[in-house]
Design a protein around this ligand. Structure first.
Ligand code: G6P
Ligand code: MG
Length: 220
């Protein structure tokens, strides 16, 4: 029986995934690295330092910079990202999400956030939905990023529920893999080829309907 929902943040509740990708793409260009669309998309859900390391690897520059230089690049990217976050308002909540959250409340479902972003509390506050959630996994406590199941396992622990009592929402391939490795029901939002491991896939948040997702969940 469904008792809780777990949400990724960037690209699920709001469009901030685009801000992350734009900021990374600009930094990559400054470093002389031209990322393909596929390479850029593969950064979704990946932690800050892992993203930078992946970009350097794509550019064949994995051994070029010291840790201190890499810290500086990551900081520079984060400054650009936070500039965008500062401009966010409740109007930046993606379509379909307010209805989904209110349907969940009506059913007394518990809800937590499983985002790798250290900016998650700031973003949720800007969107005005911080109080909707019963908890946020602290990314500083994670040993391994998505696609490892750790973050979704921790989120499930925060809910105090079993894997077969939760539905988890993701826009990233690494995120869907993390959910499935944690043994949970995955809803993928985006390209159905990229997110094919998910149990239920919609192209955008507009198509999310809790009752429909739940009926598929109940048949599993
Ligand atoms: C999320 C986003 C990633 C981002 C990561 C770390 O998982 O999907 O694109 O790199 O969080 O975010 P942060 O705000 O801590 O740099
Ligand atoms: Mg995401």
């Amino acid at each position: 029986m469904l008792k809780g929902l777990i949400f990724d943040l960037d690209g699920v509740l709001t469009n901030s995934a685009v801000y992350h990708l734009t900021a990374w793409n600009n930094l990559a260009k400054e470093l002389g690295i031209n990322l393909t669309d596929e390479q850029l998309d593969s950064l979704r859900g990946i932690s800050r330092m892992d993203s930078l390391n992946l970009i350097l690897k794509y550019g064949g520059q994995e051994n070029k910079y010291s840790e201190a230089e890499k810290e500086k690049f990551a900081e520079e990217k984060n400054t650009k990202f936070v500039e965008q976050v500062e401009k966010m308002t409740p109007a930046d909540i993606l379509p379909g999400i307010p209805e989904l959250l209110s349907d969940a409340k009506k059913q007394n479902l518990k809800m937590v956030i499983a985002s790798a972003s250290k900016n998650a509390p700031k973003i949720l506050t800007k969107l005005g939905i911080m109080d909707e959630f019963d908890g946020i996994v602290d990314p500083a406590t994670l040993h391994r990023g998505k696609p490892d199941p750790e973050i979704y396992e921790k989120a499930q622990k925060l809910l105090g529920l079993n894997a077969n009592e939760v539905i988890s929402f993701e826009d990233a391939q690494a995120g869907v893999q993390s959910i499935k490795s944690a043994g949970q029901f995955a809803v993928g939002i985006g390209d159905k080829e990229v997110l094919k491991e998910a149990d239920y896939i919609v192209p955008t948040t507009k198509e999310l309907k809790l009752s429909e997702i739940e009926s598929v969940f109940n048949k599993k």
